[in-house]
Design a protein around this ligand. Structure first.
Ligand code: NCD
Length: 311
């Protein structure tokens, strides 16, 4: 039995290669169950607490859609403004209440490490849906599944990460998963937004290799280009954001000039870094990527609630 099945999902360090194979295989099965309408009822009578203390469209709605499509129900709170945290309640106390109400909780919070504090307060499973500039493990799992679906396999791929590698939590998490595969990364970003050392160190002793560059044209050597926005809300100096925000723009012309059939991914939302003229290329996989979010999260909810996924 995979270790993580009995735990929370807090970061991507917790996953072994076996866990990832297992999850990808279950996601394939869940895709078929969802399509045939047979997923409904698997989580009948179970309750998800959806706690989003930071802006979200895809992550919150896909978790909620996942729970509903499994026949489960939800309770939710959005933003500090409408929760007792705005009256001074601690996250610990909030979680103690949630534990009394729901079977599982998903939490997004602006402070790095907060989901670990939340998980430490309760016995029910807790899923990190993004903690500040830290991690976003469920996004990484769906990103991995998208690459697998688009490309057929992972080993041998060259993958570019473009944009804000310093604050981009989806990048931090996905790189941690990709280290289990024989892939080569091009880390493309301005000097000021380089991947934090800790995430580079995590790659030691794994089959992955990487190089850092400021040259956007390196995506012409890549099978996959993972584009991200500059994370405005994480900057302490807004002038620096203004100076860096237009550094890169991925557009149709750039993608069409690639030596490879480069698949374009983006966790979304996009701002100016990814032109809409890419959307009509078959390589534009970001809306398919968002769609996979529902099925991957269905699998995670089932596993953490110990419900069987079988055809
Ligand atoms: C990302 C996030 O919240 O970290 N969005 C998402 O969950 N799909 C990326 C971002 O906000 O830039």
């Amino acid at each position: 039995m995979n270790e993580f099945l009995h735990k929370h999902i807090l970061d991507t360090e917790q996953f072994t290669k076996d866990d990832l194979d297992f999850l990808n295989q279950k996601t394939r099965i869940m895709e078929r169950l969802l399509e045939s309408g047979k997923s409904f009822g698997i989580l009948n009578g179970r309750l998800l607490a959806s706690l989003f203390f930071e802006a979200s469209t895809r992550t919150r709605l896909s978790f909620e859609a996942a729970m509903e499509r499994l026949g489960g129900r939800l309770i939710s709170t959005v933003g500090f403004q409408f929760s007792s945290i705005s009256k001074g309640e601690t996250l610990y106390d909030t979680m103690k209440m949630i534990e009394a109400y729901a079977d599982i909780a998903v939490i997004r919070h602006p402070v790095e490490g907060s989901s670990r504090i939340a998980a430490g307060a309760v016995q029910i499973p807790v899923i990190n849906a993004g903690d500040g500039a830290g991690q976003h493990p469920t996004q990484a799992l769906l990103d991995l599944y998208t690459i697998l679906s688009e490309k057929g396999s992972l080993d041998g791929l060259s993958i570019a990460f473009i944009g804000d590698l310093k604050y981009g939590r989806t990048i931090h998490s996905l790189i941690n998963l990709l280290r289990h595969y024989k892939v080569h990364l091009y880390l493309i970003c301005p000097e000021e937004l380089k991947l934090p050392e800790i995430y580079k160190k995590n790659l030691d002793k794994y089959p992955i290799t990487f190089e850092e560059t400021t040259d956007i044209k390196r995506i012409w050597d890549c099978d996959v280009a993972y584009v991200t926005r500059i994370q405005e809300e994480r900057f302490t100096d807004h002038k620096e954001y203004e100076r860096l925000k237009e550094t890169y723009k991925v557009n149709k012309e750039l993608i069409l000039a690639s030596k490879k059939n480069t698949t374009v991914l983006h966790p979304l939302p996009r701002v100016n870094e990814l032109s809409t003229d890419v959307d009509d290329l078959p390589n534009a996989a970001y809306f398919r990527q968002a769609k996979y979010g529902v099925v991957v999260r269905m699998v995670l909810l089932c596993i953490l609630l110990k419900a069987e996924i079988k055809e």
